[in-house]
Design a protein around this ligand. Sequence first.
Ligand code: AMP
Length: 289
Amino acid sequence: MGAMEIERTIAGVRRQVATRRGAGRTIGLAPTMGALHDGHLSLVAAARSACDVVVVSIFVNPTQFGPNEDYTKYPRVEEDDLRKCREAGVDVAFVPPVEEIYPGGEATSVHVGKLTEHLCGPERPGHFDGVATVVAKLLNIVQPDRAYFGEKDFQQLRVIQQMVRDLDWPIEIVGCPIVREADGLAASSRNAYLSADERGRALAVHQALAAGREMIRAGDREPLAITREMRTILEDAGPTRIDYISIVDPGDLQPVERVDRRVLLAVAARFGRTRLIDNLLVDPSTGRD
Ligand code: AMP
Protein backbone atom coordinates (compact mmCIF):
# COMPACT_ATOMS: atom_id res chain seq x y z
CA MET A 1 0.00 0.00 0.00
CA GLY A 2 1.45 3.39 -1.00
CA ALA A 3 1.27 6.60 1.02
CA MET A 4 -2.12 8.31 1.18
CA GLU A 5 -2.54 11.18 -1.23
CA ILE A 6 -4.41 14.29 -0.12
CA GLU A 7 -6.16 16.22 -2.87
CA ARG A 8 -8.03 19.50 -2.59
CA THR A 9 -9.07 20.00 -6.19
CA ILE A 10 -11.44 18.16 -8.50
CA ALA A 11 -8.75 17.89 -11.16
CA GLY A 12 -6.30 16.51 -8.59
CA VAL A 13 -8.56 13.78 -7.25
CA ARG A 14 -9.60 12.82 -10.77
CA ARG A 15 -5.93 12.46 -11.68
CA GLN A 16 -5.26 10.27 -8.63
CA VAL A 17 -8.19 8.01 -9.43
CA ALA A 18 -7.27 7.84 -13.13
CA THR A 19 -3.73 6.68 -12.41
CA ARG A 20 -5.06 3.91 -10.13
CA ARG A 21 -7.93 2.75 -12.30
CA GLY A 22 -6.04 -0.03 -14.03
CA ALA A 23 -7.62 -2.96 -15.82
CA GLY A 24 -10.27 -4.46 -13.57
CA ARG A 25 -9.30 -2.40 -10.51
CA THR A 26 -12.30 -1.22 -8.54
CA ILE A 27 -12.73 2.15 -6.86
CA GLY A 28 -14.68 2.58 -3.59
CA LEU A 29 -15.79 5.97 -2.26
CA ALA A 30 -16.90 6.82 1.28
CA PRO A 31 -18.29 10.38 1.44
CA THR A 32 -18.08 12.03 4.89
CA MET A 33 -18.27 15.41 6.58
CA GLY A 34 -15.25 14.58 8.74
CA ALA A 35 -14.90 14.42 12.54
CA LEU A 36 -14.38 10.78 11.77
CA HIS A 37 -15.49 8.10 14.24
CA ASP A 38 -15.90 4.34 14.19
CA GLY A 39 -19.07 4.63 12.07
CA HIS A 40 -17.15 6.35 9.27
CA LEU A 41 -14.26 3.92 9.68
CA SER A 42 -16.64 0.99 9.20
CA LEU A 43 -17.47 2.40 5.76
CA VAL A 44 -13.77 2.68 4.99
CA ALA A 45 -13.20 -0.92 6.16
CA ALA A 46 -16.07 -2.17 4.00
CA ALA A 47 -14.62 -0.31 1.00
CA ARG A 48 -11.12 -1.54 1.79
CA SER A 49 -12.22 -5.16 1.85
CA ALA A 50 -14.19 -4.99 -1.42
CA CYS A 51 -12.33 -2.45 -3.59
CA ASP A 52 -8.78 -2.07 -4.86
CA VAL A 53 -8.70 1.68 -4.34
CA VAL A 54 -10.37 3.55 -1.46
CA VAL A 55 -11.23 7.23 -1.69
CA VAL A 56 -12.65 9.16 1.28
CA SER A 57 -14.09 12.62 0.85
CA ILE A 58 -14.18 15.02 3.78
CA PHE A 59 -16.43 17.97 3.06
CA VAL A 60 -18.82 19.81 5.36
CA ASN A 61 -21.48 20.51 2.75
CA PRO A 62 -23.11 23.91 3.36
CA THR A 63 -26.12 23.24 1.13
CA GLN A 64 -27.48 20.47 3.36
CA PHE A 65 -27.66 22.67 6.46
CA GLY A 66 -30.68 24.84 7.16
CA PRO A 67 -30.24 28.52 8.10
CA ASN A 68 -30.64 27.75 11.82
CA GLU A 69 -28.56 24.60 11.82
CA ASP A 70 -25.00 23.91 12.92
CA TYR A 71 -22.97 24.51 9.73
CA THR A 72 -20.57 27.03 11.26
CA LYS A 73 -19.99 25.09 14.45
CA TYR A 74 -19.87 21.64 12.87
CA PRO A 75 -16.63 19.99 14.15
CA ARG A 76 -13.67 20.39 11.80
CA VAL A 77 -10.61 18.35 12.79
CA GLU A 78 -8.82 17.78 9.53
CA GLU A 79 -5.47 16.66 10.89
CA ASP A 80 -7.04 13.96 13.09
CA ASP A 81 -9.26 12.87 10.23
CA LEU A 82 -6.36 12.50 7.82
CA ARG A 83 -4.40 10.46 10.39
CA LYS A 84 -7.40 8.14 10.85
CA CYS A 85 -7.77 7.77 7.09
CA ARG A 86 -4.09 6.96 6.73
CA GLU A 87 -4.28 4.35 9.51
CA ALA A 88 -7.37 2.82 7.89
CA GLY A 89 -5.53 2.31 4.60
CA VAL A 90 -7.26 5.02 2.56
CA ASP A 91 -5.52 5.64 -0.77
CA VAL A 92 -6.83 9.10 -1.59
CA ALA A 93 -8.40 11.70 0.71
CA PHE A 94 -10.40 14.35 -1.13
CA VAL A 95 -10.64 17.45 1.06
CA PRO A 96 -11.94 20.28 -1.11
CA PRO A 97 -12.57 23.82 0.10
CA VAL A 98 -16.15 25.05 -0.32
CA GLU A 99 -15.23 27.17 -3.39
CA GLU A 100 -13.98 24.09 -5.22
CA ILE A 101 -17.36 22.37 -4.93
CA TYR A 102 -19.55 25.48 -5.17
CA PRO A 103 -17.68 28.07 -7.23
CA GLY A 104 -20.75 30.30 -7.17
CA GLY A 105 -23.96 30.76 -9.05
CA GLU A 106 -25.03 27.13 -8.70
CA ALA A 107 -28.25 26.80 -10.69
CA THR A 108 -28.56 23.04 -10.56
CA SER A 109 -29.77 20.90 -7.72
CA VAL A 110 -30.91 17.31 -7.50
CA HIS A 111 -34.30 16.61 -5.95
CA VAL A 112 -35.36 13.09 -5.01
CA GLY A 113 -39.11 13.02 -4.44
CA LYS A 114 -41.40 10.74 -2.38
CA LEU A 115 -38.68 9.32 -0.12
CA THR A 116 -38.17 12.78 1.35
CA GLU A 117 -41.83 13.36 2.29
CA HIS A 118 -41.54 11.81 5.75
CA LEU A 119 -39.07 11.47 8.63
CA CYS A 120 -36.37 14.18 8.39
CA GLY A 121 -37.74 15.69 5.15
CA PRO A 122 -40.41 17.98 6.64
CA GLU A 123 -38.16 18.98 9.59
CA ARG A 124 -35.26 19.95 7.37
CA PRO A 125 -36.52 21.65 4.19
CA GLY A 126 -33.89 21.54 1.45
CA HIS A 127 -31.66 19.14 3.39
CA PHE A 128 -32.01 16.15 1.09
CA ASP A 129 -31.65 18.32 -2.03
CA GLY A 130 -28.33 19.48 -0.58
CA VAL A 131 -27.31 15.89 0.18
CA ALA A 132 -28.38 14.53 -3.21
CA THR A 133 -26.65 17.38 -5.05
CA VAL A 134 -23.32 17.06 -3.25
CA VAL A 135 -23.34 13.26 -3.48
CA ALA A 136 -24.17 13.52 -7.20
CA LYS A 137 -21.18 15.82 -7.61
CA LEU A 138 -18.86 13.56 -5.59
CA LEU A 139 -19.98 10.49 -7.54
CA ASN A 140 -19.36 12.30 -10.83
CA ILE A 141 -15.98 13.59 -9.66
CA VAL A 142 -14.64 10.27 -8.39
CA GLN A 143 -16.68 7.89 -10.57
CA PRO A 144 -16.39 4.99 -8.14
CA ASP A 145 -17.61 1.46 -8.77
CA ARG A 146 -19.10 1.38 -5.27
CA ALA A 147 -20.02 4.07 -2.77
CA TYR A 148 -20.54 3.40 0.93
CA PHE A 149 -23.18 4.96 3.19
CA GLY A 150 -24.29 4.23 6.76
CA GLU A 151 -27.72 2.92 7.74
CA LYS A 152 -27.50 5.39 10.63
CA ASP A 153 -28.77 7.93 8.08
CA PHE A 154 -31.23 5.45 6.63
CA GLN A 155 -33.32 7.99 4.73
CA GLN A 156 -30.17 9.47 3.17
CA LEU A 157 -29.06 5.99 2.08
CA ARG A 158 -32.44 5.34 0.46
CA VAL A 159 -32.45 8.76 -1.25
CA ILE A 160 -29.04 8.07 -2.75
CA GLN A 161 -29.99 4.57 -3.86
CA GLN A 162 -33.05 6.06 -5.55
CA MET A 163 -31.07 8.84 -7.23
CA VAL A 164 -28.48 6.43 -8.63
CA ARG A 165 -31.17 4.09 -9.88
CA ASP A 166 -33.32 6.87 -11.39
CA LEU A 167 -30.36 8.51 -13.13
CA ASP A 168 -28.92 5.17 -14.33
CA TRP A 169 -25.46 5.58 -12.86
CA PRO A 170 -23.40 2.37 -12.93
CA ILE A 171 -22.51 2.63 -9.24
CA GLU A 172 -23.34 0.16 -6.49
CA ILE A 173 -24.56 1.91 -3.35
CA VAL A 174 -23.57 -0.15 -0.32
CA GLY A 175 -25.37 0.33 3.00
CA CYS A 176 -23.37 -0.39 6.16
CA PRO A 177 -24.83 -1.29 9.59
CA ILE A 178 -25.03 1.29 12.37
CA VAL A 179 -21.95 1.41 14.59
CA ARG A 180 -22.80 2.10 18.24
CA GLU A 181 -20.90 3.13 21.32
CA ALA A 182 -20.58 0.50 24.05
CA ASP A 183 -23.87 1.52 25.71
CA GLY A 184 -25.87 1.60 22.48
CA LEU A 185 -25.78 5.28 21.48
CA ALA A 186 -25.25 5.48 17.71
CA ALA A 187 -21.83 6.94 16.89
CA SER A 188 -22.21 10.44 15.44
CA SER A 189 -20.00 13.48 14.91
CA ARG A 190 -22.75 15.46 16.66
CA ASN A 191 -22.34 13.44 19.89
CA ALA A 192 -19.37 15.73 20.57
CA TYR A 193 -21.86 18.57 21.21
CA LEU A 194 -23.53 16.73 24.12
CA SER A 195 -22.74 17.68 27.71
CA ALA A 196 -22.12 14.73 30.07
CA ASP A 197 -25.69 15.05 31.34
CA GLU A 198 -27.17 15.19 27.83
CA ARG A 199 -24.97 12.28 26.74
CA GLY A 200 -26.47 10.17 29.54
CA ARG A 201 -30.05 11.12 28.68
CA ALA A 202 -29.50 10.71 24.93
CA LEU A 203 -29.17 6.98 25.48
CA ALA A 204 -32.98 6.97 25.71
CA VAL A 205 -33.09 7.25 21.90
CA HIS A 206 -31.62 3.79 21.57
CA GLN A 207 -33.57 2.50 24.57
CA ALA A 208 -36.86 3.63 23.00
CA LEU A 209 -35.96 1.89 19.74
CA ALA A 210 -34.95 -1.28 21.58
CA ALA A 211 -38.24 -1.23 23.52
CA GLY A 212 -40.15 -0.90 20.25
CA ARG A 213 -38.28 -3.88 18.87
CA GLU A 214 -39.12 -5.88 22.02
CA MET A 215 -42.81 -5.11 21.60
CA ILE A 216 -42.70 -6.34 18.00
CA ARG A 217 -40.86 -9.47 19.12
CA ALA A 218 -43.57 -10.01 21.73
CA GLY A 219 -46.25 -9.86 19.04
CA ASP A 220 -47.41 -6.23 19.03
CA ARG A 221 -48.41 -5.17 15.54
CA GLU A 222 -50.05 -1.77 16.15
CA PRO A 223 -47.72 1.12 15.27
CA LEU A 224 -49.65 3.50 17.55
CA ALA A 225 -49.27 1.28 20.63
CA ILE A 226 -45.59 0.75 19.91
CA THR A 227 -44.76 4.41 19.28
CA ARG A 228 -46.73 5.42 22.39
CA GLU A 229 -44.51 3.21 24.55
CA MET A 230 -41.39 4.49 22.76
CA ARG A 231 -42.52 8.07 23.36
CA THR A 232 -42.95 7.43 27.09
CA ILE A 233 -39.40 6.13 27.36
CA LEU A 234 -37.97 9.00 25.37
CA GLU A 235 -39.97 11.66 27.21
CA ASP A 236 -38.71 10.32 30.55
CA ALA A 237 -35.21 11.37 29.49
CA GLY A 238 -36.33 15.00 29.09
CA PRO A 239 -35.40 15.75 25.49
CA THR A 240 -35.72 19.37 24.37
CA ARG A 241 -37.95 18.14 21.60
CA ILE A 242 -39.00 14.93 19.88
CA ASP A 243 -39.08 15.52 16.13
CA TYR A 244 -40.59 12.14 15.30
CA ILE A 245 -41.02 8.56 16.37
CA SER A 246 -42.09 6.63 13.28
CA ILE A 247 -42.60 3.12 12.03
CA VAL A 248 -42.16 3.05 8.27
CA ASP A 249 -41.63 0.66 5.40
CA PRO A 250 -37.85 0.58 4.76
CA GLY A 251 -38.50 0.60 1.01
CA ASP A 252 -40.70 3.66 0.47
CA LEU A 253 -40.33 5.17 3.98
CA GLN A 254 -44.10 5.61 4.24
CA PRO A 255 -45.70 4.96 7.66
CA VAL A 256 -47.12 1.44 7.98
CA GLU A 257 -50.61 0.76 9.29
CA ARG A 258 -49.62 -2.61 10.73
CA VAL A 259 -46.32 -4.24 11.48
CA ASP A 260 -46.97 -7.07 9.06
CA ARG A 261 -43.61 -6.94 7.27
CA ARG A 262 -40.08 -5.76 7.90
CA VAL A 263 -40.22 -2.22 9.29
CA LEU A 264 -37.90 0.61 10.19
CA LEU A 265 -38.31 2.14 13.65
CA ALA A 266 -36.95 5.66 13.38
CA VAL A 267 -36.44 8.41 15.97
CA ALA A 268 -35.22 12.01 15.82
CA ALA A 269 -34.94 13.96 19.06
CA ARG A 270 -33.05 16.92 20.42
CA PHE A 271 -31.07 17.04 23.65
CA GLY A 272 -30.06 20.57 24.38
CA ARG A 273 -29.44 22.00 20.92
CA THR A 274 -28.19 18.71 19.49
CA ARG A 275 -30.41 16.83 17.10
CA LEU A 276 -29.88 13.07 17.12
CA ILE A 277 -31.30 10.44 14.79
CA ASP A 278 -31.27 6.68 15.11
CA ASN A 279 -33.19 3.68 13.79
CA LEU A 280 -33.61 -0.08 13.95
CA LEU A 281 -34.82 -2.50 11.30
CA VAL A 282 -37.14 -5.18 12.67
CA ASP A 283 -38.63 -8.16 10.89
CA PRO A 284 -41.75 -9.27 12.80
CA SER A 285 -41.44 -12.86 11.56
CA THR A 286 -37.97 -13.30 13.05
CA GLY A 287 -37.75 -10.43 15.57
CA ARG A 288 -34.37 -9.58 14.03
CA ASP A 289 -33.30 -7.04 11.45
P1 AMP B 1 -21.47 12.22 8.04
O1 AMP B 1 -20.02 12.53 8.17
O2 AMP B 1 -22.22 12.34 9.33
O3 AMP B 1 -22.13 12.91 6.88
O4 AMP B 1 -21.54 10.66 7.69
C1 AMP B 1 -20.84 10.14 6.61
C2 AMP B 1 -21.25 8.73 6.38
O5 AMP B 1 -20.99 7.94 7.55
C3 AMP B 1 -22.75 8.59 6.11
O6 AMP B 1 -22.95 7.61 5.10
C4 AMP B 1 -23.28 8.13 7.44
O7 AMP B 1 -24.48 7.39 7.34
C5 AMP B 1 -22.16 7.26 7.93
N1 AMP B 1 -22.25 7.12 9.38
C6 AMP B 1 -22.29 8.11 10.30
N2 AMP B 1 -22.46 7.60 11.54
C7 AMP B 1 -22.51 6.25 11.40
C8 AMP B 1 -22.69 5.16 12.31
N3 AMP B 1 -22.82 5.35 13.62
N4 AMP B 1 -22.71 3.91 11.80
C9 AMP B 1 -22.58 3.70 10.46
N5 AMP B 1 -22.42 4.69 9.57
C10 AMP B 1 -22.38 5.94 10.01
